[in-house]
Design a protein around this ligand. Structure first.
Ligand code: HXC
Length: 404
């Protein structure tokens, strides 16, 4: 019996080493944690229960039968965040670049199904190069199974993706189907394929950052909902987000003790909105004063800044905030802002999260029609007027805002 336990511990030790010390060192050198270190930071201490630690791929092509690594590039299991259960999988870049084999896909599908069955959030920590090239169609089939579970879980349990390395192909398409995507600045990328393959196929030289860095996806494509400076910060912020979300579409809204009296008067609110309708003010100041303890988790902070979305709590219960931002484009509603808000409201609706809306909008921005100068030269108006025709007087574009 003792020998069996010893052998088990030996095999565990090997599995914990993933692709080996040299690759772990390379991962650290790039400023990234390993899959297991990330799980340790994200979950409550000692709460992680791992599944399928010894799973290996079944491929025999391209000499793959000679390189089998326990776990096959993904660590899966469940644990708790501040006592609440979550399911998760963390791609291990030290094993075949975290790429997805048929066996690897089966591990991910298993936790997806367990999360759905037990109605708990699922979190994916991504650091992976997509379909394992050596497995071809078998790997693509694995993604089909994962995508289907993404669809089945949509609107039923929160699905959160954290992009923590160079991610390509299916390791970008699956996150794109989840509710929230966050990235790590300067070490994480989301693209169909990496710069080297782009160079080979199109002869175009592009940097990883311009192809799919956090700066692109948080400001232009709006694929990502936010970015953080390093792995630890990103993981701790994900704990904060999980804390704010219900476990499923049938679960209660999370409630924590509130230490702020609801009857306290904040007199500074009386002076927040300027008397002059052309003077902008920061709506985030209002949100911070309304949310419990000024705790506001903003979603898409750097995209369509003319509308503000995010989560906070009122009297200890989670709410979603949606607010026009008079500081940016006078808070006018354009297509980016509308899509950003609609997406956020849809999530809140699915999970029955109450929404607090602060409306202070100059109106709707018409799409500038090429050649129609009138649309291009008219800025939005002062507060209380709807700007739908592009025919207003000459007010200050950067100012305005207010009680519309
Ligand atoms: C097998 C892979 C791999 C993959 C990386 N590796 N991606 N192995 N299949 N898809 C391996 C590398 O060979 C290398 O192994 C190790 O992982 C680290 O990769 P590097 O290239 O050295 O790292 P880096 O320079 O940081 O670049 C990372 C990368 C790049 C940007 C992800 O590896 C890359 O572009 N990979 C290919 C991406 C791709 O085209 N994937 C397929 C997408 S198609 P060694 O042994 O040398 O350390 C797809 C289809 C989905 O996913 C469709 C669903 C229906």
């Amino acid at each position: 019996m003792k020998d069996v336990l010893k052998e088990l511990e030996r095999r565990r030790e090997i599995a914990r080493m993933g692709g080996g010390q040299a690759r772990i060192d390379a991962q650290h050198k790039k400023g990234k944690l390993t899959a297991r270190e990330r799980i340790d930071v994200f979950l409550d201490e000692g709460s992680f229960e791992e599944f399928d630690m010894y799973v290996e791929h079944r491929s025999t092509d391209f000499g793959m039968e000679k390189t089998k690594i326990a776990g096959d590039g993904v660590v899966t299991g469940w644990g708790t965040v501040n006592g609440r259960p979550v399911y998760l999988f963390a791609k291990d870049f030290t094993v075949f670049g975290g790429s997805l084999s048929e066996a690897h896909a089966e591990k991910v599908v298993k936790v997806q199904e367990m999360a759905l069955r037990n109605r708990a959030p699922i979190i994916g920590l991504y650091d992976a190069g997509g379909a394992r090239i050596q497995e071809g169609v078998a790997a693509l089939g694995g993604y089909a199974e994962i995508f289907q579970r993404n669809v089945l879980a949509s609107g039923v349990i929160p699905q959160i993706s954290l992009i923590m390395g160079p991610c390509a192909g299916g390791d970008v398409y699956s996150p794109a189907m989840t509710d929230f995507i966050f990235m790590v600045r300067d070490t994480s990328y989301m693209f169909v394929t990496g710069p080297d393959v782009v160079k080979t196929v199109t002869n175009e030289t592009v940097t990883a950052e311009s192809l799919g860095g956090a700066s692109v996806h948080t400001t232009k494509s709006s694929i990502a909902d936010g970015a953080y400076d390093n792995d630890v910060e990103a993981l701790l912020q994900m704990r904060r987000l999980v804390d704010l979300l219900p476990a499923s579409n049938t679960a209660e809204i999370p409630e924590i003790e509130c230490y702020q009296s609801v009857t306290d008067h904040d007199l500074s609110l009386d002076r927040l909105i300027p008397d002059n309708a052309n003077k902008p003010y920061d709506i985030k100041e209002l949100i911070l004063k309304v949310a419990d303890e000024g705790d506001f988790f903003e979603i898409q902070q750097n995209f369509a800044k003319n509308i503000v979305t995010g989560f906070g709590r009122i009297e200890g219960r989670s709410v979603g905030f949606v607010a026009n931002q008079p500081m940016v484009l006078a808070g006018v509603l354009d297509s980016d802002a509308s899509r950003k808000a609609a997406r956020f409201v849809r999530f809140c609706d699915c999970f029955s999260i109450p929404i607090v809306t602060f409306v202070d909008v100059a109106g709707v921005q018409p799409r500038p029609a090429p050649g129609l100068g009138v649309f291009n030269k008219t800025p939005p108006p002062s507060r209380g007027l709807g700007w739908v025709g592009g025919l207003w007087g000459n007010k200050n574009w950067g100012g305005g805002g207010g009680g519309g």
